[in-house]
Design a protein around this ligand. Sequence first.
Ligand code: NAD
Length: 286
Amino acid sequence: MSNSVPAASPDTARLPRTAWPKVLEGQPALVTGANSGIGRAVALGLAQAGADVAVNYVVNPESAEEIAHQIEGFGQRAIALKADVSQEDEVEQMFAKAINHFGTLHISVSNAGLQRDAPFDEMTLEQWNTVIGVNLTGQFLCNRAATREFKRRGLVESVSVAMGKIICMSSVHQEIPWAGHANYAASKGGIMQLMQSMAQELAPLRIRVNGIGPGAIRTPINTAAWSTPEAYADLMKLVPYKRIGEPEDIARAVVWLASDASDYVTGTTLFVDGGMTLFPGFATGG
Ligand code: NAD
């Protein structure tokens, strides 16, 4: 057995070819945590679909600038904006700069997230507060700022039949309990209720709010789960579709939820998980 990551395994051949029709032209977007993993792919996917993109980051400005340049290479405008999403003043300033730069925003993707894992009885209040602060409060602050801008601008039907679109990056762990990760699972369960309550409240304004529940996606957040053949084989026991997800799998779902193609969809979590939420243990047991 080779030691390499199974990147060139049958997985690669099974990835769909991506076409990006320009369905998001004239709809500037802001993506948090956009200089790594899923956020990076989402920012690039939105740009390939015709959106100008604000690339939020909190560390590694060089990678954020590089992604902004890639977006410009697709013929779209881009701006890299530093902000810690758990800090109200930084979020407010970031949205003000993005709106000033692009004129408005039509799409907001709350993607930034992190883990601080610990056995439950050893979990510190700091670990708890850090995860809730970034993953949940960060989404509240960004979603509120986006909603205020959508309402200020009003509906522009020549651009989109919705006043605005908010996409909340959740996880399969909004449903699947996760021992050793109580703070993370609680934050994702909270995102689901935040998303649904917002969707219910804002639907009459034609602001659509949806979530995405990624399964196991190949990013730095979960390197330990896929970076050795043994770990990868173990992971596949949880994935009926028998390949790891790639960040681009999530980007395609975000583009669809941000476009008018999904216009009647609000308050939904779209699981992009290769079937991880299908109780795979029951395929042969139970
Ligand atoms: P990642 O670590 O590659 O990216 C996380 C991004 O969030 C980074 O850019 C990081 O700098 C940013 N971030 C962290 N704290 C921040 C803060 N305070 N302010 C602004 N940005 C901050 O991980 P990823 O896998 O790309 O994760 C993206 C999202 O997807 C997260 O919300 C994560 O919970 C979710 N998710 C990932 C997976 C997976 O398998 N990779 C599965 C389910 C859900």
